[in-house]
Design a protein. Structure first.
Length: 360
């Protein structure tokens, strides 16, 4: 049985960045920890950010060297950014993914879907299944490219999680970090030079930027998922329906790199607490942290950390030194930051004659 105690850590805080986006989120790509959130669970249209999931499914169910024959349906796509595919043309799956992720070609995603799953409808079902597996429960896809549809939506939180997963794939990483590329057609002299739609990446305006994807429709507004790496840390910034998506993303990334710091929540041997011991030679035993716990936190998050102390109750003698007697769990909001075991600092034998028995 646990005995629960609560405490909050209080420190001086700095203000979060101001962004024009209707919804935004900043996440650590390695740990998934969130440093900033604005309307992060609000339903929004993802526009071409959809293509991140299209690429995930294509990379997991297809091979880059597979040759795809463009169907009439794929060739008929002419809305928004397109590669200008023609029915009967052939490209490798890798070249179609280049077009989808670098220049955001809407026709290429249909060709990808039909090749991998037979139909775009079947492929979309695979996208939705993958979203659920990744925990993106507020996301539903109705197509592969992000066209408006009443049943096509996501949120900043889900899109960050989906992107974090996608960035674990080296091919995805390479493509979203590519500024310019050549799309080559199979057994043909046709070549198409393409440029990345992400201006932060294309211009090199933001040091360390290495992805990820733009998205724009009249209903979704201007959207961007940007990633950047500095000092071994990679951050993911999501901005949805923004008045200035590049400035918003840069502000979030700056916040993460400049305001987030390594914080020690506890040290081994510290946090001594008195834990009652039943039938012991002493009425209580000191409980101390078994190890260190360090996490990354933005300055304005420091005062929001909550500590929950869980102690075994009742604790009965004999108690040996180093025996686990509880744990400390640290939270930021509802998200767990980490936990540390609490152990007995000394042994407590049974009282009376039992105190002469060795504590094992």
């Amino acid at each position: 049985m646990w005995l629960w105690l609560f405490a909050c850590l209080t420190h001086a805080s700095a203000g979060p960045p101001a962004v024009t986006a209707d919804a935004a989120l900043l996440m650590d790509a390695r740990t998934g920890q969130v440093f900033f959130a604005k309307n992060a669970l609000k339903r929004r249209e993802p526009a071409s950010l959809t293509k991140i999931m299209t690429a995930i499914v294509a990379l997991e169910y297809g091979r880059l060297d597979e040759v795809v024959t463009v169907s009439r349906r794929a060739a008929s796509v002419r809305t928004g950014s397109v590669l200008g595919l023609r029915a009967g043309e052939k490209l490798t799956l890798e070249n179609l993914l280049k077009a989808a992720l670098i220049m955001s070609a809407n026709d290429s995603t249909v060709a990808i879907a039909e090749h991998v799953a037979g139909t775009e409808e079947t492929f979309v079902k695979m996208m939705n299944a993958k979203a659920l597996v990744l925990g993106a429960t507020r996301t539903r896809f109705a197509n592969t490219n992000g066209y408006h549809h009443p049943q096509h939506y996501s949120c900043a939180w889900d899109l960050a999680m989906i992107t974090r997963y996608a960035l674990q794939d080296p091919v995805f990483n390479r493509l979203v970090a590519t500024r310019r590329a050549t799309v080559e057609f199979y057994a043909s002299d046709r070549r198409e030079e393409i440029s990345n739609t992400n201006r932060l990446l294309l211009s090199g305006a933001y040091p360390g930027v290495d992805g990820v994807k733009t998205g724009s429709t009249p209903r979704a507004g201007n959207c961007l998922i940007a990633s950047a790496t500095r000092g071994g840390r990679r951050l993911i910034a999501v901005v949805l329906c923004s008045a200035d998506r590049y400035r918003d993303a840069a502000a979030l990334l700056d916040y993460g790199f400049l305001e987030v710091q390594r914080v020690s929540l506890c040290r081994a041997g510290g946090e001594a607490l008195a834990v009652p011991v039943a039938r012991g030679a002493a009425a209580a035993v000191r409980a101390v942290a078994a190890g260190d716990l360090e996490v990354d936190l933005a300055r304005d998050q420091l005062g929001q950390v909550r500590r929950e102390v869980r102690l075994f109750s009742p604790l009965a003698a004999p108690v040996r030194a180093g025996q686990k007697v509880g744990e400390m769990v640290y939270y930021l909001g509802d998200s767990e930051l980490g936990r540390v075991d609490l152990v007995a600092a000394e042994s407590v034998p049974l009282r009376g004659l039992g105190r002469f028995l060795p504590v094992k």
